[in-house]
Design a protein around this ligand. Sequence first.
Ligand SMILES: Cc1ncc(C[n+]2csc(CCOP(=O)(O)OP(=O)(O)O)c2C)c(N)n1
Length: 614
Amino acid sequence: MTTQTLGDIRELAAQLRVDSIRCSTSAGSGHPTSSMSAADLMAVLMARHLRYDWRRPDDPGNDHLIFSKGHASPLLYSMFKAAGVVSDEELMTGYRRFGSRLEGHPTPVLPWVDVATGSLGQGLPDGVGVALAGRYLDELPYRVWVLCGDSETAEGSMWEALDKAAYYHLRNLTAIVDVNRLGQRGPTELGWDTDAYTRRAEAFGCHAVVIDGHDLGEIDKAFSRAAEADRPTVILARTRKGRGFSEVEDREGWHGRPLPADMAERAILELGGERHLVVSGPQPEGGSPQAWPDGEVSLPRYEPGAKVATRLAFGQALTAVGARGHVVALDGEVDNSTHLEEFAKAHPERYFEMFIAEQQLIAAAVGLSVRGYVPFAATFAAFLTRAHDFIRMSAISQASIRLCGSHSGTEIGADGPSQMALEDLAMMRAVHGSTVLYPCDATSTAYLTEQMAERAGIVYMRTTRGAYPVLYGPDEQFPIGGAKVVRSGPDDQVTLIGGGVTVHNCLAAAGQLAGEGIRARVVDLYSVKPIDVETILAAADATGGRLVVTEDHYPAGGLGSAVLEACNDAGRPVRISHLAVRGLPGSGTPAELMEAAGISAGHIARAARELLGA
Ligand SMILES: Cc1ncc(C[n+]2csc(CCOP(=O)(O)OP(=O)(O)O)c2C)c(N)n1
């Protein structure tokens, strides 16, 4: 079908509804009614407005289509069939089946899908990231179209997204809200009150358009207007859930339920039967993304003994790594604390301030990664925990993003526990395919920052607030997956393992023990995941299995867990003396707080003595 009259589009919409019913009924699960309400919107979009070469999903000029309401996957996959890239057989026999790429909710396993959705409230924020890339980096005229649910707009992250979209004048972004009045369990907060939605969208600086989401002409006009808008557009499309089949249309109790076979048969009849149209819509305009040439990376060099905070070294190193043209940075309104401001000064054109919106911070990084950029996002490590679901979904998106969390642990001192990250290592270790780094000095921080840019997946670096001595010479190397033996001798009796600030506490403890004639080996576990189990086991063998692991983190899921699990997995279970933050900290000096938490040099030395029975 190439003519695309409104009559043709009506047929296409009927096909999308019928196929959404057929594939979900055949799978025995899925969300046909959520698909049916948006079928007219998507039929008009793909036939007349989405400039997309379905055979070349990597074409940089392609528009981007994101289903923020990812549960409407039957509709999305039916569109893929209508585009001629998924066969009817694959749709009917693959949808939601084991081993199929047509998973219950869309993921980038499919070449036409940019990001994983299904956790509501994420697709629109991700779309903001893609639109940022289009407008400010690629400088290409592609548009980003995001289909959203009305109940989904209850998520604060949707408003973080619209707020940032307006701030960055993302006229290339269109949110299409399928206002079908119903959510999962019943009516939504606002029902069909499109005036209320309009006021909200406009309050965030967007252009709002209310339409009848089943009137093909109105839909067509709204999409044309969106393409010409000077601001992001929010199309509020009044629709009916289950539209097209009278037995379920606008009825409660049909969310997420496939139609039983007899009802599916009646529905398909009511919709005029099966069709197998193949549509060819508009094509991308062509053009190449703006070139961001790579320069020479010259990392900062630090004098051993000088006191430098790892957060400062991160900012300085990232500024140097910014010589690589695709490296971009995003801040959560704390760049003078994380030292991302160093990057902002040097590369303002590749720097995005996301303000205090951590979910949007992560989503924008994901969106930028969709277009091949190498994003680094930084905030206090504690505040990254707020965006955990976004980080988890980034892994499902198979995105490569780099995160830096500063102000970790009790070491931050006077600001108190609300600012202390004490769970971040556990959270980041648990993310699928993640890398977790925790350097203790400026040299290793700089080296690892450069490595982060090269590393795929979700890569996290934990930095420390206070300034501590540089331990390593500028030419030392720190491969990810390694560990450093910072202090050792031929007849060491006990191994002290730390990460970040506790490496310094371990060294101080080793000094105290040496004064008593006890020889301690010190291991810097700068790579928490993957972990250097060989170095740990070699140290355990050399020191009679006596290991003290100390971390500025709650006991669950951090360094201690990493050591125990790695040794166990290697078939060499070990016992450790585990010093971690077990109480609820308050305010104080870093020294007072680490002392109170039981992770100071004195506590480490005592634990070592106990292991030795001394
Ligand atoms: C963050 C999150 N919370 C809850 C759910 C479970 N859930 C899936 S669909 C849905 C209702 C969505 O309603 P709406 O956005 O209006 O889409 P509709 O299906 O009505 O088109 C809910 C609550 C989810 N997927 N993600």
